[in-house]
Design a protein. Structure first.
Length: 153
């Protein structure tokens, strides 16, 4: 919307940005929108995360608990994705650390930091696939993400 400088992203089945997230099997979880877990992933997968996205994540974590099943932010679901995708886990961990730092510096409620720590712990604890382990050996020497082009309307 040009008048208010709003931008809307529309995804069908999958989101292709810095990482690809497939929503097809999850669209029925909420009849009106993405699940909280998927909404969080749309923000955390951004490699060049900006202040607005960081504040969006903090707002989600301020209002919603980390849980092991939907509804809520399903850490098990997110960890299941990252256990097979080293790059996605790398990006999520980097962003969660940045967001944690902002939450501490700007005196957001303590439970936001606790929820970040809880999510990081679940990601770290999940057993990793052989593909994940092989990609981890390569590490940051090879780019693990895409940089999407911004569309200005």
């Amino acid at each position: 919307e040009e008048e208010h400088e709003r931008q809307v992203d529309i995804f069908i089945d999958k989101m292709h940005m810095c990482h690809t997230i497939d929503f097809r099997e999850r669209l029925s979880l909420d009849p009106r929108t993405l699940s909280l877990s998927d909404l969080l992933l749309t923000k955390l997968q951004i490699v060049e995360i900006n202040e607005k996205d960081i504040l969006d994540v903090i707002a989600l974590l301020c209002d919603h608990e980390i849980v092991t099943r939907e509804p809520g932010i399903d850490a098990g679901y997110i960890a299941g994705l990252t256990a097979h995708d080293w790059g996605l886990q790398k990006t999520l961990e980097l962003n969660l650390q940045k967001i944690r730092q902002v939450a501490l510096e700007q005196s957001f409620p303590e439970h936001v930091v606790q929820r970040i720590d809880a999510l990081l712990a679940v990601l770290a604890a999940r057993p990793k696939s052989l593909g994940w382990k092989a990609r981890a050996l390569v590490g940051e020497r090879v780019q693990w993400y895409e940089l999407p082009e911004e569309t200005r309307r």
